[in-house]
Design a protein around this ligand. Structure first.
Ligand code: MG
Ligand code: MG
Length: 263
């Protein structure tokens, strides 16, 4: 739904995602509904999220909350959703959701793979941060490359250009991801991309799947576990340099939109 695309792509952090979004939206106007179609026709979904921030390689607060919101929504729709991430993130998410794994699974068990804010390899085969620093990360993107070969549909959600799925944009620049997905969702903050997808699913299914999601307690737990804000690089309850109050307002706007559309 157009209004959801625009809202989640709002570039409040001013990091240039607006330019990517406007170009992409013209080229592929139905991407959010296409991504929802993939999820609605999938029974077992693997959701991957893990973005280590250099130089400490501490995972960031953008990604895992979105992964959790999407997993909870899919579970409410009677589907099975597994979250794959690294240990420190998994430990914190397990307080909110049971099906969280850290070992790479056999992707053939899944009918769809989703990445939310996970690095995708650049042209030179390395992974880079938004500011061009090299990242040490497990090759989650390999799972997506293998899925494409096996014709398992994939969805990428990103906000910078260096994430799994951003290969679809064919961006010129040495730090950008080359990893393509069947469908790509661009957002101002990757979590918002996942929340937008949950809103789209809610409208399609006529039930609000976002209402119960409490982002504040999730981010607070993740920060207690040691995660950091990917922009400020500080261990504080914020995401991409934006305070929790702002994220809360995006979620409440999405909730209002869902409620109007399903009324
Ligand atoms: Mg990013
Ligand atoms: Mg981000």
């Amino acid at each position: 739904m157009e209004v959801i695309d625009h809202l989640i792509a709002t570039d409040i952090g001013g990091r240039g995602v607006e330019k990517l979004y406007l170009k992409y939206k013209l080229k592929r106007p139905q991407y959010l509904s296409n991504a929802a179609n993939i999820l609605l026709s999938s029974e077992r979904v693997l959701i991957v999220s893990d973005f280590p921030i250099p130089p400490s390689m501490t995972p960031e607060t953008d990604g895992p909350p979105g992964a959790l919101a999407l997993a909870l929504a899919l579970t409410s729709l009677g589907k099975s959703a597994t979250i794959l991430t690294q240990d420190i993130v998994a430990d914190a998410l397990k307080d909110f959701y049971r099906d969280v794994i850290t070992k790479f699974p056999n992707i053939e068990k899944y009918s769809c793979l989703v990445s939310i804010e996970t690095p995708g390899r650049a042209r030179d085969g390395k992974y880079y941060s938004f500011s061009g620093l090299e990242i040490r990360v497990r090759p989650y993107d390999e799972l997506f490359l293998n899925a494409s070969e096996k014709e398992i549909p994939t969805i990428g959600i990103g906000d910078g250009g260096n994430e799994i799925g951003m290969g679809n944009l064919e961006l010129k620049g040495r730090y950008y991801s080359t990893v393509r997905t069947t469908e790509l969702v661009i957002a101002g903050v990757s979590n918002w991309g996942a929340y937008g997808l949950v809103a789209e699913l809610s409208i399609r299914e006529g039930v609000n799947l976002l209402r119960e999601f409490d982002e504040k307690s999730v981010v607070t737990s993740l920060v207690e576990a040691g995660l950091i804000d990917g922009i400020t690089k500080k261990r504080e309850s914020s995401v991409d340099g934006l305070p929790l109050g702002l994220h809360e307002k995006i979620i409440s706007l999405l909730n209002e939109i869902i409620d109007i559309k399903i009324a």
